[in-house]
Every structure is written in structure tokens, then in C-alpha cells.
Design a protein around this ligand. Structure first.
Ligand SMILES: *Cc1c(COP(=O)(O)O)cnc(C)c1O
Length: 319
């Protein structure tokens, strides 16, 4: 459903809206190793996460065909912010539905972009059910967070950038929730470097995609409290693309625990001088805790988001 041309077109289409993000090279965590870890810094992306890539591709394609109607997104924060940003640049209405428990720093950013916020439901899945009704009653276009070819092609542009700047990586560690990011990167990068292992990284509690891949069918798990709030949520009852793409493209899975995520956020702040949110830091957590062992000498790690408040970082540092 998504070919190389779609990804190249997406990259051209979104070029004026996103940043080509830099990479950061660090020695392997193991002192006796020659290897290196390459961080791809999507925490420095416009809107603070890679989600702008998919949202920009989707909304720009949409306005080419039908201007006028508004858009609606359900989000744990980052997708909502990306959609709100694009809607404001394109001058269209945006309604963002959030479940309770979305980080205040993310809500504030969405508000600032002029989107209408509706807070509803105790979980991401509950917020989705409400949102689908709202789309019908208010004639809004629902913008999927991951299960849409245009969104996946947008996220895939990270893979294109990595092909240019970091060819021939042994493995790429990718934070994974619904699987749009890892599907896109896998599609783009493996076309040129089929031997590169694509590794999905997620938190231990409520890892829906990881559990579904292990069992060979989509499962539903209760949401759990996690520092990786951007990775929370299920695959829905009608997943069309990302589950089967992940079945084809994801070579390994690594789960990280809350303490490993906390240490990764603190490490990013204290040693790298960067703000990285919990969900964006799971790849760093995997690399730091020695879980890169056996994956080769050059490992790419996607640092997927930086939307975290200073007070939250402060709390994690002093814990
Ligand atoms: C959305 C998100 C992810 C996961 O992306 P999926 O396409 O849902 O797998 C990872 N990190 C951050 C910071 C995110 O916002």
C-alpha cells in the first residue's frame, strides 16, 4: 500500500513544514567496544515530536482535494499537537480529543495553537469512541494517529533521512506504540538496507503491539501508568495497516521498565543536555541498559519526542 514513490512524495510535500533533524553519535555503552550509537533527534522536531511528519503529509494531501472541513484527532498529546499545528498553518478548524491524564505541558501547547480541546474518557480508547461520534455530528475528518498510509509515509521520511546520513546501520531501535513510526522507518530503510534489524522498543506495562506481535493476533490490554505516556493506547478494533506491516518489518522487540525509562530521561538531561520525554527515551533506555548487546556495532536509536515539562524532569532527577 505504501511504495517508495509515496515516501519520496511525502518528503517533498512536508519539506516546508518540518525540520530534517540532526543525529548525534556516541560511543557504545561498553568501553571495550568499537561500536557507536547514533541518536536521531526527533525531540528537536517542530512540535517536539516526529508526529508532525505524518500529520503534515495527511493534512497537506487533504487540503489538495477538499479544503474547508475541519479535522479531529484523538491523542495522548503529540499527535494532537502536530495536527493542531498543521491545521493552524493551513487555516482549518481542529478539534483535539484528549483522555484524562494527558500531561499539562502537552495540553498547554495544543491550546496555544488555537485548537478546540475536548477532554473526555479515562483512557485513550474511550476518548476515541467519543471522538468518532463527534466527527459525524460536526462533519470533521478523523485524522488517524498511525493506521493510515499517508501518516505512515510521513513517518517513513525519517527512514529516508537516515539512509542519507547513516547508511548501513546494523539495527535501528524505534519507540513503538501503534506502529506507524516503526512501519514507516522499516519500509523506507529496509528497501535500501534489507539486512538492517528493525527493533521495536516499548514499556513493559500495557505493550499492546508487542503482545499482539508475540501472539500473532491483535490483543487488548488495560492501560497502565507509565513514564512513556506517548506510547499508551491500543490498536483499535479495525486495524488495517500497522499490525501486518509490523509483522513483516519488526525483527525484534525489547521492553524497558519504568526505572530504565527514568534513567534514560535523566541521562538525556544531565549528560546530553536535552529534554526527552519518557516515550521518546525508550530507545535510549534500551541502549543504556545494555540491551543493544548482540545487535552489531552501529545502532541507530530514534529519539522520538521531547515534550516533557521541566518540573517533571526535576521530579525524575531527584528520585
Ligand atoms: C506517537 C509516539 C510514538 C509511537 O508512534 P507509533 O506510530 O504510535 O508507534 C513514539 N514516541 C513518541 C514520542 C510518540 O509521540
Amino acid at each position: 500500500v505504501i511504495n517508495s514513490e509515496d515516501i519520496l512524495q511525502a518528503h517533498k510535500r512536508i519539506a516546508g513544514y518540518i525540520r530534517g533533524t540532526p543525529t548525534f553519535h556516541l560511543p557504545h555503552y561498553r568501553p571495550d567496544s568499537e561500536g557507536e550509537i547514533v541518536y536521531k533527534l526527533e525531540n528537536l522536531q517542530v512540535t517536539g515530536s516526529f508526529k508532525i511528519r505524518g500529520a503534515a503529509n495527511k493534512l497537506l494531501k487533504m487540503v489538495e482535494t477538499a479544503r474547508g472541513t475541519g479535522v479531529l484527532a484523538v491523542s495522548t498529546g503529540n499527535h494532537g499537537r502536530a495536527v493542531a499545528y498543521m491545521a493552524s498553518r493551513l487555516g482549518i478548524r481542529a478539534v483535539i480529543c484528549l483522555s484524562r491524564g494527558v500531561a499539562p505541558v502537552k495540553i498547554a501547547a495544543i491550546q496555544q495553537l488555537g485548537a478546540e480541546i475536548r477532554t473526555t474518557g479515562d483512557s485513550y480508547d474511550e476518548a476515541t469512541a467519543y471522538a468518532k461520534e463527534l466527527c459525524v455530528s460536526e462533519k470533521l475528518t478523523f485524522i488517524e494517529p498511525f493506521d493510515d498510509p499517508d501518516i505512515i509515509a510521513g513517518q517513513a521520511t525519517i527512514g529516508l533521512e537516515l539512509i542519507d546520513s547513516e547508511p548501513g546501520l546494523d539495527a535501528i531501535f524505534v519507540p513503538m506504540s501503534g506502529g506507524g513510526l516503526i512501519s514507516g522507518i522499516g519500509l523506507a530503510y529496509k528497501r535500501v538496507f534489507p539486512g538492517t534489524r528493525v527493533v521495536g522498543i516499548t514499556m513493559e506495562g500495557g505493550a499492546v503491539m508487542a503482545e499482539s506481535l508475540n501472539r500473532g493476533e491483535i490483543v487488548d490490554l488495560p492501560e497502565e501508568e507509565t513514564l512513556a505516556d506517548a506510547l499508551v493506547g491500543g490498536l483499535g478494533d479495525s486495524n488495517q495497516y500497522t499490525f501486518s506491516l509490523c509483522q513483516q518489518l519488526v525483527d525484534d522487540l525489547i521492553l524497558v521498565d519504568e526505572d530504565e525509562i527514568r534513567k534514560a530521561v535523566v541521562h538525556a538531561f544531565e549528560d546530553l543536555r536535552m529534554l526527552v520525554e519518557g516515550g521518546g527515551a525508550v530507545g535510549i533506555a534500551a541502549a543504556q541498559s545494555g540491551k543493544v548487546e548482540g545487535f552489531g556495532e552501529r545502532i541507530g536509536v530514534i529519539v522520538s519526542g521531547g515534550n516533557i515539562g521541566l518540573s517533571q524532569v526535576d521530579q525524575l532527577v531527584s528520585n
